[in-house]
Ligand binder design. Structure first.
Ligand SMILES: [Zn+2]
Length: 395
């Protein structure tokens, strides 16, 4: 019984199946055919991935990729190539009023898996650009629950939740009223709600207190004002209570939502994130957020173990959007695989306020397989000094 492709000798990290060790991974017919040591590769294409990490395909649970139709979005294929991602999940770029274009002009044309949280706001995020910020959730009239529910019912193949942005200019005077409407849509469709937390009002504590088990608080380590921390530097009681009842906390780096002060304080207080995501959009794509892989590197250098970094970017987001099929690389699973290099590096990372930390490691893309098909990977702009050709990898 021969295989199409065998990835030889990489460190396989597959949280769902409790695997962390050096194994071969064999693919046949677009699915994982075997995971084991010394697999017989006779007749198969072989890639030597010794020294590399072999993980389930990376999932970025917070992106903006309704490219060219919404001002904040970037090209999904470009982002997937440079961060070795197989699944991109859009966080509410589209609402019920313009989702069909997203489905037909972007999702249908991309080779990558693109799923979406549908914005409770009918036009989606329509007024976001460099230097432009018009709230899409400031008027109850813009948030018709019935329209959101109907669009979801007709598109359950790709819509996996509801999105709302709460706080500051996104909601203006409507504040928590927008959150109530979004929760109603999520409740009626039985899907999770992803809630953005911005500047106050409303407060982080007020927002997180309204979330249900399985809902996602995105931008969890945003800097003050309105961080997850109290004046004592400890994680707020309301935040801990929310985790206790099953609310998930997502990084969503973006342009304003990752601060070293709040991140390091939360980690010191024993409050790691559940999910890592980039919130990549037209501003964040140029740094300091860049993309999922860069955000993973940043948190890795904050001391989160590599196994967890991978889990927070693969099996855990898959579970959060109820796609357990995308969680793992066990036998029978679709062969979505990301191969990375954990490279020594003195790269200087920056948060959204310009605070820097010198790292020691940088995760770099090596190869990416989507349903067994090899996808192109590219270098990212900040990787120039750390070129990949010093290790064995065959295109
Ligand atoms: Zn976003």
């Amino acid at each position: 019984m021969s295989y199409d492709l065998v990835l030889k000798g990489g460190r396989v990290i597959d949280e769902r199946n409790g695997v962390d060790g050096v194994f071969d991974v064999a693919i046949r017919g677009g699915r994982i055919a075997a995971v084991g040591q010394g697999l017989d590769a006779t007749g198969a294409r072989v890639r030597d991935v010794a020294g590399c990490i072999v993980a389930p395909g990376l999932i970025d649970i917070h992106t903006h990729v309704y490219h060219k139709a919404t001002s904040l979005s970037v090209d999904p294929d470009m982002i997937a190539r440079r961060a070795a991602i197989t699944t991109l999940i859009d966080a509410g770029s589209a609402g019920a009023g313009n989702y069909d274009g997203f489905r037909d002009y972007v999702m249908a044309r991309s080779p990558y898996r693109i799923l979406a949280f549908l914005n409770i706001s009918f036009p989606g995020i329509f007024g976001f650009d460099k230097g432009l910020f018009i709230g899409e959730a400031t008027l109850a009239d813009m948030l018709p629950v019935d329209r959101c529910v109907r669009k979801i019912e007709a598109n359950r193949d790709r819509i996996i939740g509801v999105k709302v942005r709460i706080g500051g200019p996104a909601t203006g005077d409507l504040g928590l009223g927008a959150l109530e409407l979004a929760l109603e849509a999520a409740e009626q469709t039985g899907l999770p709600l992803m809630t953005h937390i911005g500047g106050p009002p409303p407060s982080y504590a007020e927002v997180v207190s309204m979330l249900r088990p399985g809902d996602i608080l995105t931008h969890c380590y945003r800097p003050d004002p309105n961080s997850a921390l109290g004046p004592d530097g400890k994680v707020l009681k309301e935040v801990r209570d929310a985790r206790e009842r099953g609310v998930l906390f997502d990084i969503a780096h973006g342009m304003g939502a990752f601060g070293y002060a709040s991140t390091e304080a939360a980690l010191r207080d024993g409050f790691p994130p559940d999910l890592i995501s980039s919130d990549v959009h037209v501003v964040a794509v140029e740094g300091p957020g860049y993309d999922l892989l860069h955000t993973m590197s940043k948190l890795y250098n904050c001391g989160i173990p590599l196994k967890d970094i991978i889990g927070m970017s693969t099996s855990r987001p898959a579970l959060a959007v109820r796609r357990p099929d995308l969680r793992h690389i066990g036998v029978g699973a679709e062969a979505d695989i990301t191969v990375l290099r954990d490279a020594p590096s003195n790269y200087v990372f920056a948060d959204v306020q310009g605070v820097t930390r010198q790292g020691t490691r940088l995760l770099q893309p090596v190869a990416c397989y989507l349903g067994g098909r090899e996808m192109e990977v590219t270098h990212r702009p900040f990787e120039e000094p750390f070129v990949l050709h010093e290790h064995h990898h065959h295109h």
